[in-house]
Design a protein. Structure first.
Length: 219
């Protein structure tokens, strides 16, 4: 992602131009600035960015990027995702700098809040995607154990089961045996016998209904 370029220093630079230490985003304790001085400076930079000042944004980037990345990393615990969120936040700062209201707090706090919110949104998005995948997997895992199979298991009447299985057609008996004794899913049975999923579901349904009748479960 490309941001506006950093301002260039030179002999013609005005006295108000930021120092080289500032352009590199050097921490306050290394330049001798106090915390209040830094907060005021970032406020002024953000105000300039709101007017479209690209040089001010280059300096603001160096001042705030480490803080944004640190905030995102504490929430996400993932350096790569934290780096992505840092880029997203600073792009948002460039686009929405005009919305900053100095009367409601410092620019540093505004940017930090934006970073935290964006990181939390990323966590929620990742979790939401995982939940969707889990639900999709659960829908695909459709075992054909309805009340008939459950009742048969409870009765543990193997002889009657085998006898009733003999009343099914070969295709029905094969499908029921694979699903009931083999623990296969509808989809797995279909793959085993090279038949379509609707066809296998129909065989299982008809076979289980015939088993119900044979076992006297319709009485």
């Amino acid at each position: 992602m490309t941001f506006p370029g950093r301002a260039q220093t030179g002999a013609g630079a005005s006295e108000a131009a930021p120092s080289e230490d500032t352009r590199r985003g050097t921490p306050p304790h290394e330049t001798g600035r106090t915390r209040d001085d830094r907060a005021e400076r970032v406020d002024a930079l953000l105000t300039a960015v709101a007017r479209g000042d690209q040089e001010a944004f280059a300096v603001l980037y160096g001042e705030t990027a480490p803080m944004v990345h640190g905030t995102a990393l504490r929430v996400l615990r993932d350096p790569d995702q934290a780096a992505e969120v840092t880029q997203e936040v600073l792009l948002e700062v460039w686009r929405t700098a005009g919305r900053f209201d100095p009367g409601r707090g410092s620019a540093l706090a505004w940017v930090a809040t934006m970073a935290h919110r964006r990181a939390v949104d990323r966590v929620r998005a990742v979790q939401s995607e995982r939940d969707r995948d889990h639900r999709a997997s659960a829908r695909d895992y459709d075992r054909p154990f309805d009340e008939v199979a459950e009742t048969v298991v409870q009765r543990e009447d193997r002889d009657r089961i085998l006898s009733c299985l003999g009343t099914l057609s070969d295709l029905q008996r094969d499908a029921v045996t694979r699903a009931y004794y083999g623990g296969r899913t509808y989809r797995e049975v279909a793959e085993d016998v090279a038949a379509s999923l609707p066809t296998v579901k129909s065989r299982l349904r008809d076979g289980l209904l015939r088993l119900r009748t044979c076992l006297g479960m319709d009485r």
